[in-house]
Ligand binder design. Structure first.
Ligand code: ADP
Ligand code: MG
Ligand code: ZN
Length: 197
């Protein structure tokens, strides 16, 4: 027997990935601002170690910004999203625990458009946390490239520099007293020393 389809439709997951400085946050903000122009109901989130902070911003390196909730536990996103929310933007999604994958699934299943932006690789050149799963489940993936600070080619790696030297694979994530920074680099210029310290 023919069964008429219900009105209810599922949403979509869009993932924006790439190295640091590749423009992920700019692209997320661009999509969210277009949605606001279309009078859609937008909610933005970014990761924080604290519980919840209401009035914060997702901000790009070039200065564009949009208001966002800072949340630590991904499940809080489900409490903050309401029926009227059409589009959910999540920045720095790689920092969330793996629970974010199920949270995003629930949102997409309930009809929301979710745009998740995050680093696909960590500074060690390994896939970052929840990103492989999100990339696999996504309806749509955008991989952005930065400009390599060494040679000017397209960069897809994030080089960690500690005391002016490329960080080693096994360097601790927090190095007290060390001067450190991150750079965008291409495959040729990216250096990761896997020898034990
Ligand atoms: P992401 O969120 O991917 O780290 P942002 O969207 O915050 O990136 O910032 C992108 C902006 O960073 C660029 O538009 C540019 O102004 C600036 N920028 C600084 N360094 C670089 C670089 N090496 N390559 C590309 N953009 C850079
Ligand atoms: Mg960013
Ligand atoms: Zn290069």
């Amino acid at each position: 027997m023919f069964v008429k389809k219900t009105e209810k439709t599922k949403g979509v997951l869009e993932v924006v990935c790439g190295s640091m400085f590749s423009g992920k946050t700019e692209e997320l903000i661009r999509r969210l601002k277009r949605a606001e122009i279309a009078k859609l109901n937008v909610l933005a989130f970014k990761h924080s170690l604290d519980r919840v902070r209401a009035i914060e911003y997702v901000m790009s390196h070039s200065g564009s910004k949009i208001q966002a909730f800072e949340v630590g536990d991904p499940k809080i996103i489900l409490d903050l999203v309401h029926d009227k929310t059409d589009i959910i933007g999540i920045d720095e999604v790689q920092f969330f625990s793996n629970d974010i994958v199920e949270v995003i699934f629930k949102l997409v299943d309930s009809g929301k458009r979710v745009i998740a932006a995050g680093l696909d690789l960590d500074f060690r050149g390994s896939p970052f946390g929840c990103m492989p799963a999100l990339l696999a489940f996504a309806d749509n993936v955008t991989k952005l490239k930065a400009v390599c600070v060494e040679c000017g080619n397209d960069a897809q790696f994030t080089q960690r520099i500690v005391n002016n030297m490329p960080a080693k694979y096994n360097d601790p994530l927090i190095m007290i007293g060390a001067q450190e920074c991150y750079q965008a680099r291409c495959r040729n210029c990216y250096i990761i020393d896997k020898s034990v310290n």
